[in-house]
Design a protein around this ligand. Structure first.
Ligand code: FAD
Length: 347
């Protein structure tokens, strides 16, 4: 019989589980229900047992056994301590299947933890199901081929892609975690602080409901024969500020910056690129602007729920069945109007 551990970690507050951790909890509850398996939730990272109890309150309604590795040494993500903590939680739970969010914190250590336990790991898991065996689903070849993986080997670690499960939302309740003690490994890395970009500079927002994609058309000659890149930049940044959307880009637009041309949007980088050679984010809705909608770009929209596009070209790729709604219109005009409406609503 399987024993399932959901490995979770707290966010920067130190006493709240991350959204991706709560998504993994949902996956664990569902799989444990299907297998009639024992479910344990392990929490890594609170600075104290009190903080661990506070974090555990959000998942107390699962009825799962609750374990935590807490203490100042675990409050900062760091390979040596996170790997030791994850190993201790997996051993304490005697887990045969370990589910964990594919967060940067766990992606860094999960393979090492699996190795220490003599186990196997698969990453980028999007769905789990069980009949006679446990099947884990993931995508290959830039999200074009979907595979169902099954393994005999245990323990089996599965890192789940964010956005593939609803975050667990049971009634919060008082919880008492079982503290798992860890013999601290030699620690060479000292975390001195965090440096992050200004909030306005963070244009990639995985939790946003809307993906706003900018295409190369924003930097092309417009019907008046002129280029209006400064106006384009203002329109795009205003929309991001007013809507909270995440910013994506076509390759053609992202490449312009890399090649050092003058007419470029300075807040864009290849990190924003969507598509075959870019990313495949998950958002409920997407709005494409000044982008032609070619297949190598649109393949990155696979996990966007509802797709809309604004293009001057009535024969663009979007109009050929790739978008739910296409506005054949000038994106400069449309976005100026949309921003004015959003501004009026927020004031
Ligand atoms: C191997 C390979 C991998 C690739 N990987 C990717 C990838 O990962 N991501 C990606 O994006 N591309 C990728 N590409 C490139 C892709 O095929 C396209 O060349 C690219 O997506 C085109 O970008 P675009 O639509 O922004 O630009 P363009 O094709 O130049 O289209 C600009 C559009 O803007 C419209 N427009 C102009 N002004 C306005 C206005 N005022 N209002 C509304 N619309 C306007 C025009 O009508 C036009 O349709 C790849 C190509 C190859 C060969």
């Amino acid at each position: 019989m399987e024993t399932i551990l959901v490995l979770t970690h707290v966010d920067e507050t130190g006493s709240t589980l991350t959204k991706a951790s709560l998504e993994a909890v949902t996956a664990g509850v569902e799989l444990a229900g299907q297998l009639s398996a024992k479910l344990t939730i392990g929490i890594l990272g609170p600075a104290s047992v009190e903080a661990a109890n506070a974090a555990a309150g959000a998942v107390a309604a699962t009825g799962a056994r609750l374990l935590a590795v807490s203490g100042e040494a675990f409050a900062q993500p760091r390979y040596a301590t996170d790997a030791a903590g994850g190993e201790a939680l997996a051993r304490a739970a005697q887990a045969s299947i370990v589910l964990a969010p594919g967060s940067s914190r766990f992606v860094r250590v999960a393979a090492g933890v699996a190795h220490r336990l003599g186990g196997f790991i698969d990453t980028h898991i999007t769905a789990l199901s069980s009949n006679d065996s446990v099947d884990a689903t993931r995508w290959f070849y830039r999200q074009r081929v979907e595979a169902a993986i099954s393994r005999e080997a245990r323990p089996w670690f599965l890192l789940l892609d964010a956005g593939t499960h609803a975050p667990f939302a049971g009634e919060p309740a008082a919880a008492q975690v079982e503290a798992v003690t860890v013999t601290l490994p030699p620690v060479r890395t000292t975390v001195e602080g965090l440096r992050s970009p200004m909030r306005d500079a963070q244009t990639i927002r995985p939790d946003a409901k809307l993906l706003f994609v900018a295409g190369a058309g924003w930097t092309k000659k417009q019907p008046d024969g002129q280029i209006h890149v400064a106006v384009a930049g203002e329109l795009i940044l205003s929309f991001l500020r007013l809507s909270g959307a995440s910013l994506g880009s076509s390759k053609s637009l992202a490449d312009q910056k890399a090649e050092g041309e003058e007419s470029v949007l300075p807040f864009l980088s290849h990190m924003n690129q969507i598509g075959q050679t870019g990313s495949t984010p998950r958002h409920a809705k997407g709005l494409s602007t000044c982008c032609h909608g070619e297949e190598p770009h649109v393949v990155g929209w696979r996990f966007i729920g509802e797709r809309r596009a604004i293009s001057l070209d009535p024969n663009c790729g979007w109009t050929r069945g790739k978008a739910d709604v296409v506005y054949v219109a000038d994106a400069f005009q449309v976005m100026a109007k949309v921003n004015a409406l959003l501004e009026a609503r927020s004031s």
